[in-house]
Write a protein that binds this ligand. Sequence first.
Ligand code: UGA
Length: 423
Amino acid sequence: AATGHDVLGIDVDAGKVEAYRRDIIPGYEPGLSDLVHEALTRGKLRFMHTDEVAESLGEVVLVTTGTPVTDAGTVDLSQVESALFWIKGKQPGESVITMKSTVPPGTGVRLVETVLRDTSLKYVSNPEFLREGQAVQDWFHPDRIVIGRADDQAMNVIEALYDGIEAPKMITDITSAEMIKYASNAFLATKISFINEIAALCDRLGATIDDVSRGIALDPRISSSFLGAGMGYGGSCFPKDVRALDQLASTNNHDFELLRSVITVNNRQRLLPLYALRERFGTLSGVRVSVLGVAFKPNTDDVREAPSLDLIRALVSEGAQVSAFDPKAMPAARSVVPTSVHLASDPLECADSAQAIVLVTEWPEIVNADWEEIAGRSRPPRFLFDGRNALDPRRMRAYGFDYQGVGRAKVRSAGDRLQVGIQ
Ligand code: UGA
């Protein structure tokens, strides 16, 4: 809508539709609220429940439904399929169905041959690479636009959709476009698990992961992104997509060993603070632990597959007294953490009388909190596990914390690292 298109947002959830109509965005996504408000005011954006839609669906129909993964790792496509049947029922002529939902490679071709067989609807795969917390910025400045299509007729319409947005466009077949999406997420997840394995070795051999990451990132073939060691990846995308790709490989008679290791390493990373706490305290029964950060990453209130949840549940089941804080995710956390967990209103309150503190999400509100005051409010032994390597170890030790990071056994302060760089 902000680039001039007339947009109709359609959903089966009447509550969600009503909220959007009243300019209330469910969830926290920086900048989205302003965009929606502006488009509503300019009349470029409307919202409707599926039952209310009586008008034509327009030239482009973007499908953005969920594609959850079952416990077995298979992708549940029921929402996508019912959306397509609904679209078909609206007799939209030659509209271009643009699949933004992440569907396993092979899905689009199957949908074209089955659900859409008796229609003149066009189908393109146009995978989404937005990151939560930066979605608005990523929409206007994508690093690529990937379009998978069966024939060229739909292309002009899709080109017009992205008019004014500068990015390399890649045109391919439908299945390759779907694979680009999965391969991108799986590769990034692999980078994270790889650096976490190197961090484990750094801890054992006395190296410092911060320097190692920076050192390898100087090779442009490696690049610096997604080399942050810590409690691993979470969220609604990486865990689900990596599991789905592994499952898809095995149903197609390929053993994707590498991906299974990526998953195993990631599951282990989430519980690193638990192992460290057990080592430090012996039993965790009655130990007061403060968990700082619940969202799966900063700048979002999303707690889906957040590493914090596995940690909190394990701590509670071992008898620890847990308090937790997140700048935005407290409402979401309430329904998913055990009721015994105290939900604090700020980092200081969260740390009250804590014997151990675990930093799980590197929100600025947490990293830049008054750590001297936090130390003052906490209790010995003041064990501090920095699950994202976001704090300065020397400063934390000066405040009296027993600091431990991930792969930072020998870490020096930021100043020392600078000297290493100058030499
Ligand atoms: C990810 C991709 O980055 C997007 O390109 C993609 O569109 C999206 O999934 C999707 O498939 O919808 P997102 O899940 O929002 O985006 O989050 P990321 O910023 O990629 O972070 C994922 C996880 O990896 C977070 O838990 C983060 O803490 C972790 N991470 C990230 C690390 O542990 N280390 C790093 O160096 C970077």
